[in-house]
Ligand binder design. Structure first.
Ligand code: C5P
Length: 232
């Protein structure tokens, strides 16, 4: 699995996104489009970023009845994204339906990964609000196993969980990890963070980096630094 740095383009308009991407000139970083940008601009933003030659992780975290997810995924597949995701809590049937929808006529499909428990969910809220009583680490690993059994390619997880996910599901099972910060940078609202070099050491396949690049004085230099620490 190719290691790469994915830039979280958390902007609320196409204008801001392209002003940012234009700074990269010849480079074509892998970009993540999340709910904010997708809901602001719709599928045209995906087509335009793709036309410019970037790989795209469309982070919309689908979660609905299997038939609806299957049909939604079929549309995303036609948009030619490279990676997309869903909530593992939608169950294995939903995940299997998603793969069916995502698979193109020629058998190819985008990489499909699952969100296990959101990193904003802690033991207390999981027990009280979701009535799940098992330890959260166990729940995360169980959801990762279910995703693997359903045929998905990997999970989104904290860099701290990436090693354990590989131990449980194999090194070929992709780990995509947000919560990355430079050793000398601001942590912001992320709680459990790792540097790109540490994420590399622990075996993350892709790191998702937002503000350390998008809010940097020199975003291209920050991106290059991430690539040097994580890939080289
Ligand atoms: O700016 P920052 O580097 O914190 O951005 C991280 C990106 O990864 C954001 O788009 C955020 O929504 C996403 N993400 C996350 N934690 C998760 C899942 C997604 O930070 N558990």
């Amino acid at each position: 699995m190719g290691k790469d740095v994915i830039i979280a383009c958390d902007f609320d308009s196409a204008e801001k996104t392209f002003a940012f991407l234009d700074k990269f000139e010849g480079k074509k970083p892998f970009v993540k489009i999340g709910m904010e940008l997708y809901y602001a601009e719709g599928p045209s933003i995906v087509r335009e970023i793709k036309r410019r030659g970037h790989k795209i992780f469309l982070d919309l975290k689908l979660h609905d009845i299997p038939n609806t997810v299957k049909k939604g995924m079929a549309v995303l597949s036609r948009l030619d994204v490279d990676m997309t995701n869903l909530h593992a809590s939608g169950t294995k049937n939903m995940m299997k339906a998603a793969i069916e929808g995502l698979t193109r006529e020629d058998g190819s499909r985008p990489i499909l990964i699952a969100v296990t428990q959101l990193t904003s969910t802690d033991q207390e809220s999981m027990e009280n609000d979701l009535l799940i009583k098992a330890p959260i680490d166990e729940v995360v690993m169980h959801y990762a196993s279910c995703a693997k059994e359903a045929g998905l390619d990997g999970v989104v997880c904290s860099p701290l969980e990436a090693g354990k996910v590989h131990d449980r599901c194999g090194n070929g099972f992709v780990t995509v990890t947000p919560g990355v910060r430079f050793a000398d940078g601001d942590v912001g609202d992320q709680k459990r963070v790792m540097t790109p070099a540490e994420a590399k050491k622990i075996g993350s396949d892709y790191i998702v980096v937002g503000r350390p690049i998008t809010a940097a004085d020199d975003p291209v230099a920050a991106y290059d630094r991430c690539c040097r620490e994580f890939i080289d």
